[in-house]
Design a protein around this ligand. Structure first.
Ligand SMILES: Cc1cc2nc3c(=O)[nH]c(=O)nc-3n(C[C@H](O)[C@H](O)[C@H](O)COP(=O)(O)OP(=O)(O)OC[C@H]3O[C@@H](n4cnc5c(N)ncnc54)[C@H](O)[C@@H]3O)c2cc1C
Length: 386
């Protein structure tokens, strides 16, 4: 019999490098993010200084090769970073998530040498990225987008309006989807790499949100914005493939965000119930409470295994479409339940802003909406089964 590979004893077994990386990110989040989560939430703002610290930590270009200034690590490392950050603040986690699992990922996979050489070092060093697919009229039906890209010599002229764009306030690099030929349907969709400040390109209104309030969500306005042909990512008409493939991977990152959030809520609840006394003893001593905690911990472990499995399949180059949809679907439901339980167990204190769990309860909701709603994940899973 071949020797047992103990390094992979369980899906959740981390090698030394992965464990050190995760712990470093979590310690950073605990030390440098936790003290300001409430203020960032109230002000709906993420200070640039914190974003600079994320670059210094090396979590903004996790998969970017070292020659381009990145960490040269794996997608799985990105998932670990998102989970660890989200355990403290899901808003900061989504900034890192979009940067790595969507923007860097799309550029690494689809960018030609020129684009990779020009953009990846910036993303690794100091530039935040954003990914702009959705519009007012096209969310779940993303390929019904109406932003137009009209060829003009070697350039394209982009006109349209994007909505709901994460990192809009902070980003310097934007991947923007537009159609070069509306009559071609999804086959006209093309991805462009734009810079903030280009003539005809402005970042518009920022949304005032229920949760993940420190993460910016903005409208983008394209008014006859002229971009060089060299800014096409991949090929004209291949944008739909780029969107489908990157969002399949991005979904795993959102699963990780939701697992981290759920774990953070459980951490708070466990600490609180050991301290809070009613009927002459800690509320953690009541079996009714213990069983609720046990169930939440079980669900979180199951969600984590789904997320890790999807991420490891992706890194191994194996199909992961269904697994990614399942992990996002399940982890976002688990996060909502865990955050809700934490609010319940904090009693009245769970309902006020002096304690951290009401924020996590609000933050959890987004997991069922962005990067494909829960219904769309169910549709993907059902299609594979039926
Ligand atoms: C905070 C935030 C950040 C975001 N960040 C980004 C970003 O960075 N980039 C980006 O491009 N987009 C982003 N989005 C947009 C997000 O991906 C969309 O909101 C999401 O895909 C849903 O689209 P919609 O809002 O148009 O809802 P709709 O598509 O109108 O859906 C409304 C409801 O109808 C249901 N539904 C729709 N079609 C079907 C169907 N066929 N079967 C069953 N049910 C269906 C949905 O499940 C949902 O419950 C963000 C959104 C938010 C709120």
């Amino acid at each position: 019999m071949p020797p047992l590979d103990t390094s992979r004893a369980a899906l959740s077994t981390l090698d030394d490098d992965e464990r050190l990386f995760r712990d470093t990110v979590y310690e950073f989040a605990d030390r440098e993010i936790r003290p300001s989560t409430r203020e960032m939430d109230e002000q709906a703002h993420m200070p640039r200084m914190l974003i600079d610290r994320l670059f210094e930590l090396g979590v903004m270009g996790i998969e970017i090769p070292e020659v381009h200034g990145g960490a040269g690590a794996t997608f799985f490392h990105a998932v670990l970073a998102v989970e660890a950050l989200s355990r403290v603040d899901p808003s900061v986690a989504v900034l890192v998530d979009v940067q790595n699992t969507l923007v860097v990922n799309a550029l690494m996979r689809w960018g030609d040498d020129h684009l990779r050489d020009a953009v990846l070092p910036r993303l690794a060093r100091s530039a935040v990225g954003a990914y702009a697919l959705s519009e007012a009229g096209s969310g779940s039906d993303a390929f019904a987008l109406s932003t137009r890209a009209t060829a003009s010599g070697d350039d394209y002229i982009l006109t349209g309006r994007k909505l709901w764009i994460t990192n809009g306030s902070e980003a310097d690099v934007f991947i923007v989807f537009a159609t070069v030929d509306a009559s071609a349907g999804y086959k006209g969709i093309t991805a462009f790499v734009l810079d903030r400040g280009m003539s005809g390109f402005t970042v518009g209104r920022k949304e005032d949100k229920l949760g993940i309030r420190a993460s910016s969500t903005c409208e983008l306005l394209l008014e006859e914005c002229r971009v060089p042909g060299a800014s096409v990512l991949g090929e004209p008409g291949k944008g739909y493939r780029i969107a489908i493939e990157t969002l399949n991977e991005g979904r795993i990152g959102i699963g990780a965000q939701m697992v981290g959030l759920a774990q953070g809520a459980l951490d708070h609840a466990v600490r609180y119930i050991k301290e809070r006394k009613q009927f002459g003893k800690a509320i953690a001593d009541f079996q009714g409470v213990q069983f609720q905690i046990a169930r939440a911990a079980t669900e979180i472990e199951a969600a984590r295994l789904l997320v890790y499995n999807a991420a490891r399949l992706r890194d191994a180059g194996q199909p992961f479409l269904t697994e990614a949809a399942m992990c996002k679907l399940f982890a976002s439901e688990v996060a909502e339940r865990a955050a809700s339980l934490a609010v319940n167990l904090f009693g009245g204190y769970g309902f006020v802003k002096d304690y951290p769990v009401e924020k996590l309860f609000r933050d959890a909701k987004i997991g069922q909406i962005y990067e494909g709603t829960s219904n769309l994940q169910l549709q993907t899973i059902a299609k594979q089964i039926l």
